[in-house]
Each structure stands twice: as C-alpha cells, then as structure tokens.
Design a binder for this molecule. Structure first.
Ligand code: ADE
Length: 421
C-alpha cells in the first residue's frame, strides 16, 4: 500500500491508533454491519469522499466502512483541537487514507487542511459544522462542479446549511444527518451529556457533587448535560431564550433564570446553545473567583473570550486545557480548552456506542444520496424515516433487545375510527 498525501503529527503513532480504532469498533456493531454489507456490495465504488470531521477512533470506523464500500477517502479536522493524532496516523499508515489534521493546529492550518481535502476533488462531502461546504461555496468554487451531494453531522451545521439554502446559495443536496431521530435524540443528548462532563472532569478532576452548574441552552445537548450533572449531585441552573424549552427545564426540576443572575451563583458554566456570546462581559463581572467556563457547543463563539481577555490583567495556563484569567479586581476565571468543544478537546468525544448510530446514519445517507432517482435537488434533505427505523432496529438487535409486534387486531384498531367508549 502506498502512503497517500497527508499532513499529520507523527506516523509512528499508527500502532496505538489502530488499537484504539479496534477498541471503538467493539461498541459500534451497527456501523460494523454496514461495513460488511458495503464490502460485499461496493455501493461506493470509485467515489471520492472528503470528510471534515472530528478525527477520532469512532470517525475512523465510519471512514473504514465507506472505504470498504469502495470509496477513496480524504479527511480533515472539523475542529483544531479535536484530532486524535494516533488515529490520524493509523488511517494514513494502515488504511491508505489522506488525512490532513494535527491536534492543536492553528486556525490558518485548519483551513489549509480543508483546502487540501478539497484539492482531491470530492464527489461527496461529509461535514461536522459545515466548514467544508462553506469553503467550497466561497474560496473554492472551482471544485464545486464535481460534487454530487453531502451530509451534515451537527445542529450548528444544519442551521448554517438551511441559511445557505434560504439564500439560494447552496449548490448541491445535503442530508441533514443531525436531524435523524437516531442521531440527535442519542448523540446530542446522551453523547454530549456524558462527554461534556468527561471533558470537564479530565481537565480539572472537579467533584461535581454539591457544585452549582449553569447549563446554557436546553436543546438536546443541554438536556443531556443537565441530566448527567444532576445525576452526579450538582445543583443545576438552566438558562434559555425559548419559553417551551425553559418550561421543560423547570418541569424537569431545574432552576431557570437569566444568565445575568446565574452568573452570580455558578461554580461551573457549560454552554451548549450554538449561539455567540452567551457568556459575555456583564456576566464575567459578576462571577465568583474560581468560576470555571466550558463550552460544548460546536464553535468557540459561545464564551466571549475577547471580552474576557480585555478585562484580564494576566492569562496563564495552569494545566493542559485550563487557562486562568486574572481580572483587574483580582478574581480568577478559568476557561477550559480555549472555549472550544471541551468534550473533544480535553476528552475523547462521545462514546463509541452512541457514535455508532450517528455514523450508521452517515453511511446510509451517503448511499441514499447516490441511489436517489431522480437525483436530489440542491437543498437540505431529511434522512428517510426507514433509515432511522433500520438503525434503531439494528442497535436494539445488537443489544439483544426484542420488541413486541402489533397483532392484526391492534393494527385494525389503530386504523379504525368507529370504535369509541
Ligand atoms: N462528535 C462528538 N463526539 C465525537 C466522536 N467521538 N467522534 C466523532 N465526532 C464526534
């Protein structure tokens, strides 16, 4: 096997990367089944796929399934801090994939890597956050004409793509994989719930019991973080802008208040809103000394770090992924992982078992895109519900869990309207 074009930290990490990929595979039975079928049927034969994804052991298993289906794979990171360098090494050295990703790369290198993935002239794009699609539609329009379609992994990316589609700017069809039920009900909730706290704990070793944790945003990710923090004995405060979500948080047993008030009370703040400057200057001004700020939303815009730097007299790294900002009035505010995704920067991201469903959806969505007849129009497309049902069934089967089936009488009853009291 010849070594393809790449830019990674160190090819010598390949052995450990391969072990970690195999470890993740043990918890990814649905992706494994798709891998096996793809290897037999080769539905992606000769297809060039570029993935702008977190380069993790779970992503590696998706990439291997696509490769088994006949695709030629190029990968770049979807966040400068989330790359697992050993995994990148294994994919290059053992599997012949082009990988352009180094943990800790600068923003400039991050975009250079996206360009290098585009240089391979992808026919399918798989994004996590839509940076690949956005680059293709701005600086790299030269490479747009060979693209047949794409898939998007995350809420933030789907929001960006819908904005592009609304502007008439989206040039090809993209499957909103995030919106599949077997993706966002599980990955966003149980995945982010566990991995965000894992990131905080690995960075700080903080005892969460008894602490006041402010969760900004009560979408699927926020629900997961709040419920896991609650389970570990924290006092949870939720901040929201949406009345329905706020009401749900209240009825789930949490206190809900504006960030301006929560700022006084929080020991730890976790942002999962997908919006900008959710924690801003007026909030920093009210925080206790020692308050810890972490973000588990896609982009590093949720905490206004520029405003924090502007009121800080000193910034120093206390330990990996923990930066202390000393304010003029002598307080210390601690920021984890530079405000980037704490779960992928300071820990390993979501556990493989949940990524199994997300990436099964990705693989099946790519196949769906290719098979669609007539071809899908440019725009954002839902994952068909049969794919969701299949993924859920396969996951349950892999857990040895069986379901009831409707009897003929029950089916008749559900489709009738004349039987009342
Ligand atoms: N997003 C969140 N967790 C992830 C993981 N483990 N691998 C890839 N993408 C992720």
């Amino acid at each position: 096997m010849s070594v393809p074009e790449h830019d990674i930290a160190d090819g010598r990490l390949a052995e450990y990367g391969a072990q970690r990929i195999a470890w993740a595979a043990r918890e990814m039975p649905v992706t494994a089944q798709i891998h096996e079928r793809f290897a037999a049927e080769r539905p992606l034969d000769g297809l060039r796929i570029a993935g702008c994804l977190h380069i993790t052991s779970e992503t590696a298993n998706l990439a291997l399934a696509l490769q088994a289906g006949g695709a030629e794979i190029a990968l770049c990171a979807s966040n400068p801090l989330s790359t697992q360098d050993d995994v990148a090494a294994a994919l290059v050295e053992r599997s012949g994939m082009s990988v352009f990703a180094v943990k800790g790369e600068s923003n400039e290198t991050y975009y250079e890597h996206i360009h290098r993935a585009i240089d391979g002239r992808p026919q399918i794009t798989i994004d996590d956050g839509a940076d690949l699609v956005s680059t293709l539609h701005s600086d790299r329009r030269d490479a747009l004409d060979t693209v047949l379609g794409g898939c998007e992994e995350t809420t933030t990316g789907v929001i960006r793509l819908r904005a592009m589609a609304a502007d008439g700017a989206l040039a090809y069809p993209i499957m909103a994989v995030n919106d599949a039920a077997t993706k966002h009900f599980f990955d966003n909730r149980y995945g982010t719930g566990q991995s965000a706290l894992d990131g905080v704990i690995r960075a700080t070793n903080l005892l969460l019991a008894g602490k006041t944790i402010v969760v900004a945003g009560y979408g699927m990710c926020g629900r997961g973080v709040a419920s896991r923090a609650d389970g570990l004995g924290a006092h949870v405060i939720v901040t929201e802008v949406d009345p329905l979500r706020a009401l749900e948080a209240v009825m789930d047993g949490y206190r809900v208040m504006p960030m301006a008030e929560a700022a006084d009370e929080g020991d730890l703040f976790i942002t999962v809103t997908g919006d900008v400057h959710v924690i801003d200057e007026p909030h920093f001004a009210r925080m206790k000394s020692g308050a810890i700020l972490a973000n588990a939303g896609h982009f590093n815009h949720e905490i206004n770090l520029e405003a924090l730097s502007a009121i800080s007299e000193q910034e120093r790294e206390l330990k990996p992924f923990v930066t202390a900002h000393t304010t003029a009035d002598g307080r210390e505010i601690l920021v984890l992982a530079e405000g980037r995704l704490v779960n992928l920067s300071a820990a390993e991201g979501h556990p493989a078992s949940v990524m199994d469903m997300s990436f099964a959806n990705q693989a099946l969505a790519v196949e769906h895109l290719l098979r669609a007849d007539p071809p899908l129009a440019p725009g954002v497309h839902e994952v068909p519900s049969e794919i969701d049902q299949d993924v859920a069934q396969l996951k349950l089967a892999s857990m040895g869990i069986e379901l009831d089936t409707l009897t003929a009488e029950q089916q008749r009853y559900l489709s009738s309207w004349d039987e009342g009291t």
